[in-house]
Design a protein around this ligand. Structure first.
Ligand SMILES: [Zn+2]
Length: 341
């Protein structure tokens, strides 16, 4: 297949890839979870690189605020409110029609996460919340699948590559992540387009090393980059020998199949969202950050914001009622976007 050789020829010429590495890449499967700013660019790069199968996973749809930094989408996708996984595949097929695509339009939760990552050569983080990263970490450690954590907000971002049984896992790095909520989301403090493209490219590069059979070349540090300050730092990471996930192999979050996070409120076109805030919820910080982005009505018990056709009422303990929808997935997505996750 002469045209395939020419398509990938510049990548094959990279000395540590070569023909053998390219063949491994073309036999590999990459699962991209979250197809926003990070995931859409990761998918673009990995499709062009010839990764054999791309599994595209996202629960959200394209809107106008996405176009500034989510490199695969265009105005028609936003106008049509296409699910991101569907829109991504439509664009990717035009970029590379010779690889396989699997589309999953769903929320990732304890009940499906092992199925979502099954069979992957590598899993890439395009997420916007801690909870799902903790789930992915447990599933990937349990199944022995390498995964790449990336995140960005405002003008900075982080990256860590996790090789189960070898490097520190996400729980070694962030042991409190499962109960963390952050008032800082890209919908409250923003995100600079270039930082998303850089972190996404960095994740894709780490994935290509793994796919090409060169795990020895991945980063063993937690990397941190701030584009506005032109600062780059790294911390050498170490496994926690008492880590409940990668040492004891207990996987507590995977077992929380019955955790109730959302419930529809009958007859009111509203859904209640119950986040896990066992370590406390910082209402004042959330109010402060939201007030800088939106008109916020509040009293000592709750705050209320209007976002498009929806309205969110947030109580001091972190519980919220999302009005204007009866779909728990929509309510959970709005909660993550505006309150944090
Ligand atoms: Zn660990």
């Amino acid at each position: 297949m002469a045209h395939e050789e020419s398509r990938y020829s510049r990548q094959v010429l990279v000395s540590w890839i070569g023909e053998k590495g390219q063949e491994a890449i073309m036999n590999g499967t990459a699962v991209i979870i979250g197809l926003g700013a990070l995931g859409s660019t990761i998918a673009n790069i990995l499709a062009r690189s010839g990764v054999g199968t791309l599994r595209l996973v996202d629960r959200d749809f394209v809107d106008w605020t996405n176009l500034q930094r989510q490199g695969l989408y265009d105005e028609a996708d936003a106008r049509n409110s296409l699910p991101k996984a569907v829109a991504a595949k439509e664009h990717l097929v035009r970029i590379n029609s010779e690889i396989n695509y699997e589309v999953i339009v769903d929320d990732v939760n304890p009940g499906n996460v092992e199925r979502v990552v099954a069979g992957a050569s590598v899993v890439l983080d395009g997420l916007d919340n801690f909870y799902t990263r903790v789930l992915i970490n447990e599933a990937c450690v349990k199944l022995g699948i390498p995964w790449i954590h990336g995140a960005c907000i405002s003008t900075y971002g982080t990256l860590a590559t996790i090789l189960p049984g070898d490097t520190a896992c996400y729980n070694c790095l962030f042991p409190d992540a499962s109960s963390m909520t952050s008032p800082y989301t890209c919908d409250t403090v923003g995100v600079l387009g270039p930082i998303a493209f850089i972190i996404a490219s960095w994740e894709a590069s780490e994935a290509l090393k793994i796919l090409a059979g060169r795990k020895d070349l991945v980063s063993r540090k937690l990397m941190w980059l701030d584009l506005w300050k032109n600062e780059i730092t790294s911390i050498l990471t170490e496994r926690d020998r008492e880590c409940p996930v990668c040492a004891a192999r207990e996987f507590p979050m995977l077992q929380q199949h019955d955790r109730v996070m959302t419930s529809s409120i009958c007859g009111r076109n509203a859904v209640q969202v119950l986040p896990d805030v066992s370590r406390g919820f910082d209402f004042e910080s959330t109010l402060h950050v939201l007030s800088r982005a939106f008109p916020v009505e509040f009293n000592q018990y709750l705050l209320r914001i209007h976002c498009g056709e929806h309205e969110i009422v947030l109580f001091r303990d972190g519980r919220a009622i999302v009005f204007g929808t009866s779909d728990p997935k929509v309510a959970k997505s709005l909660y993550t976007r505006y309150i944090g996750g």
